[in-house]
Design a protein around this ligand. Structure first.
Ligand code: SAM
Length: 311
């Protein structure tokens, strides 16, 4: 590439960074309007079905006569990021019409958790909720006078947004982990500290009915929890966490962990991601013999901290 071409590409990248707010805002509207679910449900069965923007507009509760034109402008942006697939056809009058189908990523973005057993749509909505957006610039506890874990106790709407985000994301990860990780095999009791609405324990005890699950969380979170059937230690602590890379080698994974690290910086005093080495130090300081990394699902790593009884 010539120096001039390189400069052109770098300049375009800078403009895209300047416009970076547009994609998440358009995707947020598409998720809130149920558009991703509508396209996924109608087109993801492999039969080659597509929906035009007017067909999609007819399935959402709007009276705006321009809805299909506005939708088309949003959907072509999502297609340009491969979130949707786009087909174009030329009508008899020469007009170009676009039709859309679900891209592979849509199964992770549907609110109805179709097929994937978990979803990141509620997590996406949480991260772009006005409550969290305010904490970019002013740290959460200074903006609201309390931590991001205490605040949901004062705001029922946000409490549901928060708990739904946690449980849908966790479902995605835990279902995959239970396919590969066998560390729950010999356990009789499993205590989930900060276990949210209990989704992790429900997934574990559904597969291992002999394990007694004890969920520990704040009262406003437990008040939002569904009731699960009651199902009938060896000092092992199992942690599912992201691991901070020492340097940004694997670009996609690094982006995720660096982003999560900054989310925690903005929202929780002292919150941060840790490297494997830092987890090892933490384990030893807390009286464990060490920290063994077992397996990974969508960038969340299972780590075992072992504490052996003294002879
Ligand atoms: C990142 S969320 C994870 C939720 C849950 N593990 C899940 O995956 O759905 C952290 C959880 O820790 C809880 N938490 C924070 N501080 C706590 C405390 N002091 N005691 C008990 N739970 C706490 C929060 O209410 C929140 O539900």
């Amino acid at each position: 590439m010539s120096q001039q071409d390189q400069e052109e590409e770098t300049g375009k990248l800078a403009i895209r960074l300047a416009n970076a707010a547009v994609l998440p805002m358009v995707l947020k509207s598409a998720v809130e309007l149920n558009i991703i679910d509508i396209i996924f449900t109608a087109t993801s069965d492999g039969g080659g079905a597509v929906l035009s923007s007017s067909e999609i507009a007819a399935r959402i509760p709007t009276k705006n006569p321009d809805a299909s034109v506005l939708l088309d402008r949003m959907l072509r942006l999502l297609a340009s990021y491969d979130i949707l697939k786009c087909l174009t056809c030329t009508k008899e009058n020469g007009e170009i019409e676009r039709a859309y189908s679900a891209g592979p990523i849509c199964k992770f973005l549907v609110k109805s958790e179709g097929g994937s057993g978990g979803s990141v749509a509620p997590l996406f909505l949480l991260h772009h909720d006005e409550v969290f957006m305010k904490s970019w610039g002013i740290p959460f506890n200074r903006a609201y006078g309390m931590t991001a874990f205490e605040y949901p106790g004062t705001d029922q709407r946000f409490n549901s947004v928060f708990n739904q985000a946690m449980s849908s994301h966790t479902t995605l990860i835990m279902k995959k982990i239970l396919d590969i990780y066998k560390g729950f095999d010999g356990l009789k009791v499993c205590v989930d500290v900060g276990g949210g609405t209990g989704v992790t324990l429900n997934i574990i005890t559904s597969k291992y009915p002999h394990i007694k699950g004890i969920n520990y969380d704040l009262s406003h979170v437990l008040a939002d929890a569904p009731s699960y059937p009651a199902l009938p230690s060896n000092g092992k602590v199992i942690i599912v966490e992201s691991l901070l890379p020492v340097s940004p080698e694997n670009v996609a994974s690094s982006h995720i962990v660096f982003e999560q690290d900054l989310l925690m910086l903005a929202q929780n005093p002292g919150g941060k991601e840790r490297t494997q080495k830092e987890f090892e130090v933490l384990a030893k300081k807390s009286g464990f013999s060490g920290c063994e990394v077992m397996c990974c699902a969508y960038n969340s790593w299972v780590m075992e901290f072992e504490k052996r009884a003294l002879p």
